[in-house]
Design a protein around this ligand. Structure first.
Ligand SMILES: [Fe+2]
Length: 429
Protein backbone atom coordinates (compact mmCIF):
# COMPACT_ATOMS: atom_id res chain seq x y z
CA UNK A 1 0.00 0.00 0.00
CA UNK A 2 1.46 3.35 -0.96
CA UNK A 3 1.79 6.08 1.58
CA UNK A 4 -0.67 8.20 -0.47
CA UNK A 5 -3.44 5.59 -0.13
CA UNK A 6 -2.85 5.25 3.60
CA UNK A 7 -3.15 8.97 4.03
CA UNK A 8 -6.42 9.01 2.04
CA UNK A 9 -7.94 6.25 4.16
CA UNK A 10 -7.03 8.04 7.35
CA UNK A 11 -8.53 11.26 6.05
CA UNK A 12 -12.11 9.91 5.99
CA UNK A 13 -13.38 8.67 9.34
CA UNK A 14 -15.59 5.58 9.24
CA UNK A 15 -18.75 7.42 10.35
CA UNK A 16 -18.29 9.95 7.54
CA UNK A 17 -17.68 7.14 5.08
CA UNK A 18 -20.97 5.48 6.07
CA UNK A 19 -22.77 8.80 5.85
CA UNK A 20 -21.43 9.38 2.33
CA UNK A 21 -22.46 5.88 1.29
CA UNK A 22 -26.00 6.38 2.55
CA UNK A 23 -26.33 9.76 0.90
CA UNK A 24 -25.01 8.59 -2.45
CA UNK A 25 -26.91 5.29 -2.61
CA UNK A 26 -30.29 5.15 -4.27
CA UNK A 27 -31.08 1.88 -2.48
CA UNK A 28 -30.41 2.81 1.13
CA UNK A 29 -33.20 4.71 2.82
CA UNK A 30 -32.33 7.81 4.75
CA UNK A 31 -34.33 8.46 7.86
CA UNK A 32 -34.22 4.72 8.33
CA UNK A 33 -37.67 3.76 7.21
CA UNK A 34 -36.77 0.95 4.85
CA UNK A 35 -40.16 1.18 3.10
CA UNK A 36 -39.80 4.89 2.37
CA UNK A 37 -40.07 5.49 -1.36
CA UNK A 38 -40.73 9.22 -1.20
CA UNK A 39 -38.89 11.42 -3.63
CA UNK A 40 -36.50 14.02 -2.42
CA UNK A 41 -37.95 17.30 -3.56
CA UNK A 42 -41.49 17.52 -5.00
CA UNK A 43 -43.13 14.10 -5.52
CA UNK A 44 -44.88 13.59 -8.88
CA UNK A 45 -46.72 10.56 -7.47
CA UNK A 46 -48.44 12.70 -4.84
CA UNK A 47 -50.15 14.72 -7.56
CA UNK A 48 -51.97 11.60 -8.75
CA UNK A 49 -53.95 11.38 -5.53
CA UNK A 50 -54.06 15.06 -4.54
CA UNK A 51 -57.61 15.96 -3.42
CA UNK A 52 -59.31 18.61 -5.54
CA UNK A 53 -60.02 20.92 -2.60
CA UNK A 54 -56.35 20.79 -1.55
CA UNK A 55 -55.21 21.49 -5.09
CA UNK A 56 -57.44 24.55 -5.18
CA UNK A 57 -56.10 25.84 -1.86
CA UNK A 58 -52.47 25.38 -2.97
CA UNK A 59 -53.00 26.90 -6.40
CA UNK A 60 -54.99 29.84 -4.97
CA UNK A 61 -52.03 30.46 -2.66
CA UNK A 62 -49.56 30.47 -5.56
CA UNK A 63 -47.76 27.28 -4.45
CA UNK A 64 -45.89 25.73 -7.37
CA UNK A 65 -46.96 22.10 -7.67
CA UNK A 66 -45.99 21.68 -11.32
CA UNK A 67 -43.12 19.27 -10.45
CA UNK A 68 -44.99 17.32 -7.80
CA UNK A 69 -46.37 17.46 -4.27
CA UNK A 70 -45.64 17.22 -1.38
CA UNK A 71 -41.96 18.01 -1.09
CA UNK A 72 -39.33 16.31 0.99
CA UNK A 73 -36.14 18.01 2.21
CA UNK A 74 -33.12 17.40 0.02
CA UNK A 75 -31.25 14.16 0.78
CA UNK A 76 -28.09 16.11 1.61
CA UNK A 77 -29.94 17.97 4.37
CA UNK A 78 -31.49 15.03 6.20
CA UNK A 79 -29.44 14.02 9.26
CA UNK A 80 -28.00 10.51 9.16
CA UNK A 81 -26.83 10.39 12.78
CA UNK A 82 -28.89 10.88 15.90
CA UNK A 83 -26.45 13.42 17.36
CA UNK A 84 -26.89 15.63 14.29
CA UNK A 85 -30.66 15.38 14.52
CA UNK A 86 -30.61 16.17 18.25
CA UNK A 87 -28.38 19.20 17.66
CA UNK A 88 -31.01 20.88 15.46
CA UNK A 89 -32.57 23.74 17.46
CA UNK A 90 -30.35 22.97 20.44
CA UNK A 91 -29.39 26.61 20.72
CA UNK A 92 -30.56 29.03 23.38
CA UNK A 93 -32.95 31.84 22.68
CA UNK A 94 -35.63 33.69 24.53
CA UNK A 95 -39.16 32.42 24.03
CA UNK A 96 -41.89 35.05 24.27
CA UNK A 97 -45.18 33.73 25.62
CA UNK A 98 -47.79 35.74 23.70
CA UNK A 99 -50.63 34.51 25.91
CA UNK A 100 -49.11 36.38 28.85
CA UNK A 101 -49.80 39.71 27.17
CA UNK A 102 -53.46 38.91 26.58
CA UNK A 103 -56.45 40.55 28.21
CA UNK A 104 -57.65 37.78 30.58
CA UNK A 105 -61.23 38.43 29.43
CA UNK A 106 -60.22 38.18 25.75
CA UNK A 107 -62.71 40.83 24.72
CA UNK A 108 -61.11 41.61 21.34
CA UNK A 109 -61.32 37.97 20.24
CA UNK A 110 -64.51 36.73 21.86
CA UNK A 111 -66.34 40.03 21.30
CA UNK A 112 -65.69 39.82 17.56
CA UNK A 113 -66.91 36.20 17.25
CA UNK A 114 -70.47 35.40 16.19
CA UNK A 115 -70.55 32.45 18.56
CA UNK A 116 -68.27 30.83 21.13
CA UNK A 117 -69.21 27.19 21.73
CA UNK A 118 -67.63 25.18 24.54
CA UNK A 119 -67.70 21.58 23.32
CA UNK A 120 -67.18 19.93 26.72
CA UNK A 121 -66.71 21.16 30.26
CA UNK A 122 -62.97 20.59 30.46
CA UNK A 123 -61.65 20.84 26.94
CA UNK A 124 -62.44 22.23 23.51
CA UNK A 125 -64.02 25.45 22.24
CA UNK A 126 -65.27 26.35 18.78
CA UNK A 127 -65.23 29.93 17.55
CA UNK A 128 -67.71 30.86 14.84
CA UNK A 129 -67.61 33.90 12.58
CA UNK A 130 -63.91 34.79 12.54
CA UNK A 131 -61.29 34.23 9.86
CA UNK A 132 -57.87 33.34 11.26
CA UNK A 133 -56.13 35.25 8.49
CA UNK A 134 -57.76 38.50 9.67
CA UNK A 135 -56.83 38.35 13.36
CA UNK A 136 -55.08 41.36 14.88
CA UNK A 137 -52.04 40.86 17.12
CA UNK A 138 -54.23 41.53 20.14
CA UNK A 139 -56.65 38.81 19.03
CA UNK A 140 -53.74 36.41 18.39
CA UNK A 141 -52.49 36.97 21.94
CA UNK A 142 -55.98 36.33 23.29
CA UNK A 143 -56.36 33.24 21.14
CA UNK A 144 -53.09 31.88 22.56
CA UNK A 145 -54.51 32.37 26.06
CA UNK A 146 -57.83 30.80 25.13
CA UNK A 147 -56.00 27.76 23.72
CA UNK A 148 -53.84 27.56 26.86
CA UNK A 149 -57.02 27.51 28.99
CA UNK A 150 -59.34 25.41 26.81
CA UNK A 151 -56.51 23.17 25.44
CA UNK A 152 -57.90 23.09 21.88
CA UNK A 153 -59.85 25.65 19.84
CA UNK A 154 -61.57 25.10 16.46
CA UNK A 155 -62.41 27.34 13.51
CA UNK A 156 -64.48 25.97 10.62
CA UNK A 157 -64.82 27.33 7.08
CA UNK A 158 -61.50 29.09 6.93
CA UNK A 159 -59.87 30.55 3.84
CA UNK A 160 -56.28 30.09 4.97
CA UNK A 161 -53.24 29.82 2.73
CA UNK A 162 -50.25 27.75 3.92
CA UNK A 163 -48.22 30.98 3.96
CA UNK A 164 -50.72 32.66 6.31
CA UNK A 165 -50.78 29.59 8.50
CA UNK A 166 -46.99 29.75 8.74
CA UNK A 167 -47.07 33.46 9.54
CA UNK A 168 -49.54 32.85 12.36
CA UNK A 169 -47.32 30.10 13.77
CA UNK A 170 -44.27 32.36 13.63
CA UNK A 171 -46.14 34.93 15.68
CA UNK A 172 -46.57 32.41 18.51
CA UNK A 173 -43.03 31.03 18.56
CA UNK A 174 -40.18 29.55 16.59
CA UNK A 175 -41.71 27.28 13.97
CA UNK A 176 -40.46 23.71 13.92
CA UNK A 177 -38.96 22.70 10.58
CA UNK A 178 -38.81 18.94 10.42
CA UNK A 179 -35.56 17.55 8.99
CA UNK A 180 -37.27 14.75 7.07
CA UNK A 181 -41.08 15.08 7.05
CA UNK A 182 -42.99 15.95 3.88
CA UNK A 183 -43.81 19.63 3.58
CA UNK A 184 -45.66 22.07 1.36
CA UNK A 185 -43.40 22.95 -1.58
CA UNK A 186 -41.14 25.85 -0.74
CA UNK A 187 -42.46 26.18 2.81
CA UNK A 188 -40.33 24.34 5.38
CA UNK A 189 -42.29 24.55 8.60
CA UNK A 190 -45.60 23.68 6.93
CA UNK A 191 -45.74 19.91 7.38
CA UNK A 192 -48.09 17.77 5.36
CA UNK A 193 -50.52 15.53 7.24
CA UNK A 194 -51.78 13.12 4.62
CA UNK A 195 -52.21 9.52 5.69
CA UNK A 196 -53.47 8.39 2.24
CA UNK A 197 -50.14 9.49 0.76
CA UNK A 198 -48.01 8.05 3.58
CA UNK A 199 -49.84 4.74 3.22
CA UNK A 200 -48.36 4.41 -0.25
CA UNK A 201 -45.05 6.28 -0.06
CA UNK A 202 -43.98 5.24 3.43
CA UNK A 203 -45.48 1.76 3.33
CA UNK A 204 -47.39 2.48 6.53
CA UNK A 205 -49.60 -0.58 5.98
CA UNK A 206 -52.71 0.56 7.85
CA UNK A 207 -55.64 -1.81 7.95
CA UNK A 208 -58.93 -1.86 9.81
CA UNK A 209 -57.51 -4.48 12.18
CA UNK A 210 -54.07 -3.02 12.90
CA UNK A 211 -54.53 0.74 12.93
CA UNK A 212 -55.11 0.95 16.68
CA UNK A 213 -52.78 -1.74 18.05
CA UNK A 214 -50.23 0.72 19.40
CA UNK A 215 -52.81 1.97 21.87
CA UNK A 216 -52.61 -1.38 23.61
CA UNK A 217 -48.83 -1.40 23.82
CA UNK A 218 -46.83 1.06 21.76
CA UNK A 219 -43.56 -0.64 22.66
CA UNK A 220 -44.66 -4.00 21.22
CA UNK A 221 -46.76 -2.92 18.25
CA UNK A 222 -45.52 -0.84 15.36
CA UNK A 223 -47.07 2.59 15.56
CA UNK A 224 -48.79 3.14 12.24
CA UNK A 225 -49.84 6.70 11.70
CA UNK A 226 -51.25 9.02 14.32
CA UNK A 227 -53.89 6.76 15.86
CA UNK A 228 -51.87 6.21 19.01
CA UNK A 229 -52.40 8.79 21.76
CA UNK A 230 -49.43 11.14 21.63
CA UNK A 231 -48.09 14.65 22.03
CA UNK A 232 -46.14 16.11 19.11
CA UNK A 233 -42.39 16.72 19.12
CA UNK A 234 -41.67 15.93 22.77
CA UNK A 235 -38.05 15.11 21.88
CA UNK A 236 -37.35 18.78 21.13
CA UNK A 237 -35.35 20.75 23.66
CA UNK A 238 -38.27 23.18 23.63
CA UNK A 239 -41.23 20.98 22.74
CA UNK A 240 -44.24 22.17 20.83
CA UNK A 241 -46.44 24.91 22.27
CA UNK A 242 -49.29 25.78 19.91
CA UNK A 243 -49.88 23.39 17.05
CA UNK A 244 -52.18 24.37 14.24
CA UNK A 245 -53.63 21.68 11.99
CA UNK A 246 -55.65 22.90 9.05
CA UNK A 247 -57.53 20.21 7.14
CA UNK A 248 -58.44 21.22 3.60
CA UNK A 249 -59.71 17.80 2.47
CA UNK A 250 -62.13 16.16 4.87
CA UNK A 251 -64.12 12.94 4.52
CA UNK A 252 -67.89 13.32 4.65
CA UNK A 253 -67.77 11.27 7.83
CA UNK A 254 -64.94 9.63 9.77
CA UNK A 255 -61.38 10.79 10.42
CA UNK A 256 -62.26 12.53 13.70
CA UNK A 257 -59.50 13.72 16.03
CA UNK A 258 -59.55 13.36 19.82
CA UNK A 259 -57.76 15.48 22.41
CA UNK A 260 -57.39 14.99 26.17
CA UNK A 261 -56.49 17.62 28.76
CA UNK A 262 -53.23 17.32 30.71
CA UNK A 263 -54.53 19.73 33.37
CA UNK A 264 -57.57 17.55 33.98
CA UNK A 265 -55.51 14.35 33.84
CA UNK A 266 -53.32 15.74 36.63
CA UNK A 267 -56.39 16.60 38.69
CA UNK A 268 -57.69 13.02 38.30
CA UNK A 269 -54.77 11.83 40.46
CA UNK A 270 -54.89 11.60 44.23
CA UNK A 271 -53.18 14.41 46.10
CA UNK A 272 -50.63 11.87 47.44
CA UNK A 273 -49.80 10.60 43.97
CA UNK A 274 -49.49 14.17 42.66
CA UNK A 275 -46.89 14.83 45.37
CA UNK A 276 -44.95 11.73 44.26
CA UNK A 277 -44.90 12.87 40.63
CA UNK A 278 -44.25 16.59 41.20
CA UNK A 279 -40.64 17.31 40.28
CA UNK A 280 -40.01 13.92 38.63
CA UNK A 281 -38.56 13.74 35.14
CA UNK A 282 -38.95 11.34 32.23
CA UNK A 283 -37.16 10.44 29.00
CA UNK A 284 -39.06 11.42 25.85
CA UNK A 285 -38.27 10.09 22.38
CA UNK A 286 -38.69 11.22 18.78
CA UNK A 287 -41.00 9.57 16.26
CA UNK A 288 -38.21 9.24 13.69
CA UNK A 289 -34.99 7.31 14.07
CA UNK A 290 -31.40 7.97 13.02
CA UNK A 291 -28.10 6.07 13.22
CA UNK A 292 -25.92 5.90 16.27
CA UNK A 293 -22.54 7.24 15.16
CA UNK A 294 -20.65 4.91 17.49
CA UNK A 295 -22.69 1.88 16.52
CA UNK A 296 -24.15 2.53 13.06
CA UNK A 297 -25.07 -1.11 12.43
CA UNK A 298 -27.27 -1.38 15.50
CA UNK A 299 -30.34 -0.02 13.72
CA UNK A 300 -32.44 3.09 14.18
CA UNK A 301 -32.08 5.07 17.35
CA UNK A 302 -34.44 7.79 18.50
CA UNK A 303 -33.58 11.22 19.83
CA UNK A 304 -33.98 11.25 23.60
CA UNK A 305 -34.66 14.24 25.82
CA UNK A 306 -35.39 14.63 29.53
CA UNK A 307 -38.30 16.85 30.62
CA UNK A 308 -40.40 17.24 33.78
CA UNK A 309 -43.42 14.92 34.02
CA UNK A 310 -45.49 17.63 35.62
CA UNK A 311 -45.16 20.94 33.79
CA UNK A 312 -46.32 24.38 34.77
CA UNK A 313 -47.92 26.30 31.93
CA UNK A 314 -46.31 29.76 31.75
CA UNK A 315 -49.54 31.60 30.90
CA UNK A 316 -52.18 29.83 32.99
CA UNK A 317 -49.75 28.87 35.76
CA UNK A 318 -51.55 25.51 36.03
CA UNK A 319 -49.83 22.16 36.44
CA UNK A 320 -50.26 19.58 33.70
CA UNK A 321 -49.42 15.90 33.33
CA UNK A 322 -46.92 15.65 30.48
CA UNK A 323 -46.68 12.00 29.44
CA UNK A 324 -47.97 10.11 26.43
CA UNK A 325 -48.06 6.48 25.33
CA UNK A 326 -46.38 7.10 21.99
CA UNK A 327 -43.25 8.86 23.14
CA UNK A 328 -42.59 8.72 26.89
CA UNK A 329 -39.98 6.02 27.48
CA UNK A 330 -39.26 5.93 31.21
CA UNK A 331 -39.36 7.86 34.44
CA UNK A 332 -35.92 8.95 35.61
CA UNK A 333 -34.79 7.35 38.86
CA UNK A 334 -37.27 4.44 38.91
CA UNK A 335 -36.66 0.84 37.96
CA UNK A 336 -37.97 -0.21 34.56
CA UNK A 337 -40.71 -2.27 36.22
CA UNK A 338 -41.86 0.64 38.39
CA UNK A 339 -41.62 3.06 35.50
CA UNK A 340 -43.67 0.88 33.13
CA UNK A 341 -46.35 0.32 35.73
CA UNK A 342 -46.73 3.99 36.59
CA UNK A 343 -46.49 5.26 33.03
CA UNK A 344 -49.09 2.80 31.82
CA UNK A 345 -51.46 3.97 34.52
CA UNK A 346 -50.81 7.62 33.62
CA UNK A 347 -51.42 6.93 29.92
CA UNK A 348 -54.72 5.31 30.82
CA UNK A 349 -55.79 8.34 32.84
CA UNK A 350 -55.81 10.28 29.56
CA UNK A 351 -57.17 7.46 27.45
CA UNK A 352 -59.95 6.10 29.67
CA UNK A 353 -61.44 9.25 31.19
CA UNK A 354 -63.92 10.34 28.54
CA UNK A 355 -64.86 13.38 30.63
CA UNK A 356 -61.47 14.99 29.98
CA UNK A 357 -61.54 14.34 26.24
CA UNK A 358 -63.11 16.00 23.23
CA UNK A 359 -63.76 14.26 19.93
CA UNK A 360 -63.96 16.66 17.03
CA UNK A 361 -65.82 16.04 13.80
CA UNK A 362 -64.18 17.90 10.97
CA UNK A 363 -66.70 19.13 8.42
CA UNK A 364 -65.97 19.59 4.73
CA UNK A 365 -66.14 23.17 3.46
CA UNK A 366 -66.34 24.55 -0.05
CA UNK A 367 -63.27 23.79 -2.23
CA UNK A 368 -60.19 25.74 -1.17
CA UNK A 369 -61.56 26.23 2.35
CA UNK A 370 -60.82 24.16 5.44
CA UNK A 371 -61.15 23.73 9.18
CA UNK A 372 -58.48 24.60 11.74
CA UNK A 373 -57.70 23.07 15.12
CA UNK A 374 -55.21 24.91 17.32
CA UNK A 375 -54.10 23.11 20.44
CA UNK A 376 -51.56 23.53 23.19
CA UNK A 377 -49.21 20.56 23.08
CA UNK A 378 -47.83 21.39 26.50
CA UNK A 379 -51.10 20.48 28.16
CA UNK A 380 -52.64 17.81 25.95
CA UNK A 381 -52.50 14.57 24.08
CA UNK A 382 -54.29 13.78 20.85
CA UNK A 383 -54.91 11.00 18.38
CA UNK A 384 -56.68 10.56 15.08
CA UNK A 385 -59.10 7.87 13.97
CA UNK A 386 -58.87 5.97 10.73
CA UNK A 387 -62.43 4.80 10.36
CA UNK A 388 -62.72 6.27 6.86
CA UNK A 389 -60.07 3.65 5.94
CA UNK A 390 -58.64 5.90 3.26
CA UNK A 391 -61.78 5.67 1.10
CA UNK A 392 -62.13 9.44 1.10
CA UNK A 393 -59.27 11.91 1.08
CA UNK A 394 -58.07 13.52 4.27
CA UNK A 395 -55.31 16.08 3.86
CA UNK A 396 -54.00 18.87 6.03
CA UNK A 397 -51.09 21.15 6.80
CA UNK A 398 -49.57 21.54 10.24
CA UNK A 399 -47.55 24.37 11.70
CA UNK A 400 -46.01 24.01 15.14
CA UNK A 401 -44.76 26.87 17.28
CA UNK A 402 -42.14 25.65 19.73
CA UNK A 403 -42.42 26.99 23.27
CA UNK A 404 -40.36 27.37 26.43
CA UNK A 405 -37.91 25.00 28.08
CA UNK A 406 -40.33 22.84 30.06
CA UNK A 407 -40.28 23.57 33.79
CA UNK A 408 -42.03 22.61 37.00
CA UNK A 409 -42.79 25.37 39.46
CA UNK A 410 -43.42 23.81 42.90
CA UNK A 411 -45.47 26.87 43.84
CA UNK A 412 -47.88 26.47 40.90
CA UNK A 413 -51.39 25.10 41.34
CA UNK A 414 -53.48 22.57 39.53
CA UNK A 415 -56.32 23.85 37.36
CA UNK A 416 -59.01 22.83 39.84
CA UNK A 417 -57.10 24.33 42.76
CA UNK A 418 -56.63 27.59 40.88
CA UNK A 419 -60.30 27.74 39.85
CA UNK A 420 -61.54 26.81 43.33
CA UNK A 421 -63.18 23.58 42.13
CA UNK A 422 -63.58 20.67 44.56
CA UNK A 423 -60.80 18.09 44.91
CA UNK A 424 -62.96 15.83 47.00
CA UNK A 425 -61.38 12.44 47.61
CA UNK A 426 -63.87 10.90 50.01
CA UNK A 427 -65.28 8.55 47.37
CA UNK A 428 -62.01 6.89 46.39
CA UNK A 429 -63.01 3.78 48.33
FE1 LIG B 1 -49.90 14.59 16.32
Amino acid sequence: MSSTTTLKLQAIPVDKEIENLIRSSKEIAIGLNANDTRHFGPDPDGLKILPESTRKRLVDAGIDISEGYPSRPDKSLIPVYVDEAAAIRDDDYEYVERAKRADPEKKALLGAAKQVIHLTNHIGTEIVGLQLEDLTDQQKDELALLVAERVVVFFRDQKLSPQKQLELGEYWGRVEKHPQASQVNGLPGVSVIWQDYFQKSLGVGLTFKNNNLGNFDATKNAVRGTQVWHTDLVHEKRPAGLTHLHLDAIPEFGGDTLWASGYAAYDKLSEEFKKFLDGKQAVYVSAHGYLDRKNPFSGPKKIERVHPIIRTHPATGWKSLFVNRGMTKRIVGLSSVESDLILNYLFEVFEKNADIQVRFKWTPSKPGYGTSAIWDNRVSQHRSTWDHEGKESRHGTRVTSLAELPYFDPESKSQREALGLPLDEKDFF
